[in-house]
Design a protein around this ligand. Structure first.
Ligand code: AMP
Length: 390
């Protein structure tokens, strides 16, 4: 891949794909991490007197029509504040964009375009026509072969990787290729189905694979215990059994929680009760790991030299079921090794427990982070590699 840092951007028209897909709450940005993560790239281009055109998606609007609810305007306003210069939103950019060296504009939500998600050649060409250099910097969408992430690189005069994308890939490579041992992966969250590939990819790479949340419930069932009313996936119990065996064959372990926190219902004011895993009844719903298990997992995390973390181990949004995720998070924070975390809920947990500065690398990607853990190439990166000699 060509890197943006190697190129002379002076007086060039530079189109930068960023992941500015921030969470919104009633028209306001509720977390601007992705905007601040993109800033160094934008500032680097501006410092070279590039004419900067930014492009991103925001949310999931219906393709082919404008919807003010998904407009990039709040993002442009936040960028204006942070960059201390005007950032206009350009709605009709298809026939060209007026932007001078040292200026920044932001194209309107690219998912308003019918051809974005289908990676349409015409849309890709239109985007490429806007620039001298295309910079792919949106790690969070690098797993999607869309017009603004992949197609455009095929047609742009020069296409390269931006500093944020390079930083993400370098950190992941450090953690995954020749990791310091022992290595721990924590894969939590609601469903096994979404993370099956990643479990298979990690099981013989790590020394311990801790599963949490609804995923752990499927493994508890596979180990022969009752899970009552808990969220679990009956169709994947056999798959979980195979994964447990695969771990054993590789000399690794997928630990089964010794104790759990249960309730009679899924609600913010449900009464929590700690039970040994073999005491769970048909009426119980498992919503967190128990204190003994949490202490053990935190100890394992502290000993690990490499930790990869995606997904909470309980319903951490409700205080009475958040203790397991909190203790584990603190264990990861105290491990002296290299720790990496990614995914929306994981980032929320990291912020909630105040351990941001203790995690070696916090990824801006969720799906892309998982795809790298799965050892699968990212289409946008593959494309940059293909056009590197242009
Ligand atoms: P995911 O998006 O797959 O990473 O799942 C994250 C969500 O899983 C969070 O909102 C958690 O509240 C939820 N979760 C974690 N543990 C459980 C559990 N035991 N039962 C139901 N949901 C859970």
């Amino acid at each position: 891949m060509k890197h943006m840092s190697e190129l002379n951007l002076s007086n060039k028209r530079v189109l930068i794909r960023e992941d500015l897909n921030v969470p919104m709450d009633s028209g306001r940005i509720s977390d601007d991490t992705r905007i601040t993560a993109a800033l160094p790239t934008i500032q680097q281009a501006l410092s070279q007197q590039a004419a900067v055109i930014l492009v991103s998606h925001l949310g999931r609007p219906k393709a082919g029509e404008f919807d003010p609810q998904f407009s990039m305007l709040p993002v442009a306003n936040r960028l204006s504040d942070l960059l201390e210069q005007d950032v206009a939103v350009i709605k009709d950019w298809h026939k060209g964009v007026d932007v001078a060296p040292g200026q920044v504009v932001l194209l309107e939500n690219i998912r308003f375009e019918a051809g974005e998600k289908s990676n349409d050649d015409d849309l890709s060409q239109q985007l490429a026509d806007l620039c001298d250099v295309f910079v792919m910097d949106a790690f969070g969408t690098a797993h999607r072969a869309h017009a603004s992430t992949t197609g455009v690189a095929q047609f742009a005069p020069t296409a390269c990787a931006g500093p944020l994308l390079v930083k993400e890939l370098t950190a992941l490579e450090k953690g995954l290729k020749n990791p310091a041992k022992p290595m721990l992966a924590v894969i939590g969250g609601a469903k096994v189905s979404g993370k099956l590939q990643v479990l298979h990819a990690l099981v013989d790479k790590v020394d311990k694979l801790i599963v949490g949340g609804g995923i752990a419930n499927t493994f508890i069932k596979a180990a022969g215990f009752r899970v009552g009313q808990s969220l679990f996936e009956p169709d994947l119990v056999d798959e979980a059994k195979q994964l447990i065996e695969k771990a054993k064959e590789a000399g690794n372990e997928i630990p089964i929680p010794e104790d759990v926190v249960v309730a009679a219902e899924f609600s913010a004011d449900a009464l929590a009760e700690v039970k040994s895993v073999d005491e769970v009844t048909d009426n119980d719903m498992i919503l967190d790991i128990g204190p003994k298990t949490a202490a053990l997992y935190a100890y394992i995390a502290k000993q690990a030299k490499t930790v990869v973390w995606n997904g909470p181990v309980g319903v951490f949004e409700f205080p009475q079921f958040s203790r397991g995720t909190q203790l584990l998070a603190e264990g990861i924070a105290q491990s002296g090794g290299f720790s990496m975390a990614g995914g929306g809920d994981t980032l929320a947990a990291i912020a909630k427990y105040g351990i941001t500065n203790n995690i070696s690398y916090i990824s801006t990607g969720g799906g892309a982070f998982l795809q790298v853990l799965e050892d699968k190439p990212l289409p946008a990166v593959t494309m940059l590699e293909q056009v590197a000699d242009r």
